[in-house]
Design a binder for this molecule. Structure first.
Ligand SMILES: Cc1cc2nc3c(=O)[nH]c(=O)nc-3n(C[C@H](O)[C@H](O)[C@H](O)COP(=O)(O)OP(=O)(O)OC[C@H]3O[C@@H](n4cnc5c(N)ncnc54)[C@H](O)[C@@H]3O)c2cc1C
Length: 317
């Protein structure tokens, strides 16, 4: 029987939604499914993970693992894979997951497929060539490593419970040489764009950084997060962490409201997985209207304040 291990990333006392989505996918594929939590003071998160399909949650909980550094995590995962005989290790895309998966691939001499959107236990599906084709990808190594695209999978609860087991942590000397000097978090209110059900995104059509207040106002009224195009990020109007697209993040909210965004292919590839796309653009021929569910042809400076006011009034009533 296939044995799959899912790496669970966690932030501020919660397991990341992306990791839970990968776990739910692994459970749907079947076989023996386990998850691994690595960090300091993370044991409390383990029990809840059973609901997403893990029969076992391995916990490596030590003060020395507090910093989100990759090499100690590679040690933990490599030992688990060889001790327990996992044949598949799956990750949700993140900076840390990319480092851990790459280190594990080197350590185990295993193949690593990147940017997956689906997996059937043998073969993965990965969009290529700016998402114009989806290709089947496979592995020739005995252990298969895969990273799923951010936002590609839903964290579906199946209601099971997990047995929590401790991992005996043995770190290699070379894995403890790196030290986390500083960690800085961008100030953020509300959900992140990876986790949000609603995203309001602003583009060059806003006319200037000060007009992001219009986008933020609508996002706040809808309880959503703010995203941006590369054009405005490059112009310094909004931080890179909010950029959606080929060189930014992939998102798949229930609702994506694009304000003053032309709909270039490099932006489209990052948001086309959204359930409902609403575009507000003054140019009726803007490409964004070709893949929007609802389009408003108009000046966002007029549309956005009215829309925000209407939503606030509807919510208050
Ligand atoms: C290798 C590469 C990677 C890239 N990666 C990314 C990426 O990750 N993400 C990304 O977004 N882009 C990316 N780009 C850039 C991309 O090609 C586009 O240039 C960019 O997405 C355009 O951003 P925009 O829609 O904000 O601006 P524009 O294309 O300038 O569009 C502005 C839109 O606003 C409308 N508008 C103007 N005024 C108003 C108004 N008052 N009311 C309503 N609408 C108005 C206009 O009609 C226009 O459609 C990449 C490009 C390259 C070459």
């Amino acid at each position: 029987m296939a044995k799959t291990l899912v790496f669970l990333e966690h932030h501020e006392g919660a397991v990341a939604k992306g990791s839970l989505g990968v776990l739910a996918k692994a459970a749907q594929v079947g076989g023996e499914v386990a998850a691994v939590l690595v960090g300091s003071d993370v044991r409390g998160l383990a029990a809840g993970v059973g609901a997403y399909g893990a029969a076992t949650v391995w916990v490596a909980d030590e003060a020395t693992l507090a910093a989100p550094l990759p090499q100690p995590r590679v040690d933990v995962l490599a030992k688990l894979v060889s001790d327990e005989g996992f044949d598949t290790v799956l990750f949700a895309q993140s900076v840390l997951a990319a480092d851990v998966a790459a280190g594990l691939a080197a350590r185990l001499d295993a193949g690593l497929n990147w940017g997956l959107v689906d997996f059937d236990g043998e073969t993965g599906k990965a969009p290529q060539l700016q998402d114009t084709v989806v290709v089947d990808v496979g592995w020739s190594s005995p252990v298969r490593l895969g990273i799923f695209r951010a936002g590609a999978l839903d964290a579906v609860e199946t209601g099971g419970s997990a047995e929590v087991k401790d991992v005996a942590v043995q770190l290699e000397d070379f894995s403890t040489q790196a030290e986390m000097v500083e960690q800085a978090h961008a100030e953020q209110q509300g959900p992140s764009i990876e986790d949000a059900d609603v995203i309001v995104a602003g583009g060059r059509g806003l006319g200037g950084p000060e007009n992001f207040a219009l986008v933020e106002g609508l996002a706040k009224a809808l309880g959503g997060a703010v995203a941006a195009t590369r054009a405005v990020v490059d112009a310094g109007w909004y931080p890179y962490s909010a950029q959606v697209g080929q060189t930014g993040k992939n998102v798949s909210p229930k609702l994506y409201v694009a304000c003053g965004i032309s709909g270039a292919i490099q932006h489209k590839v990052g948001m086309q997985g959204s359930n409902v796309i609403v575009a507000i653009n003054k140019d009726a021929n803007a490409p964004i209207f070709e893949f929007s569910d609802l389009g408003v042809v108009g000046d966002l400076h007029q549309v956005l304040p009215k829309l925000t006011e209407l939503i606030r009034a509807r919510k208050a009533g």
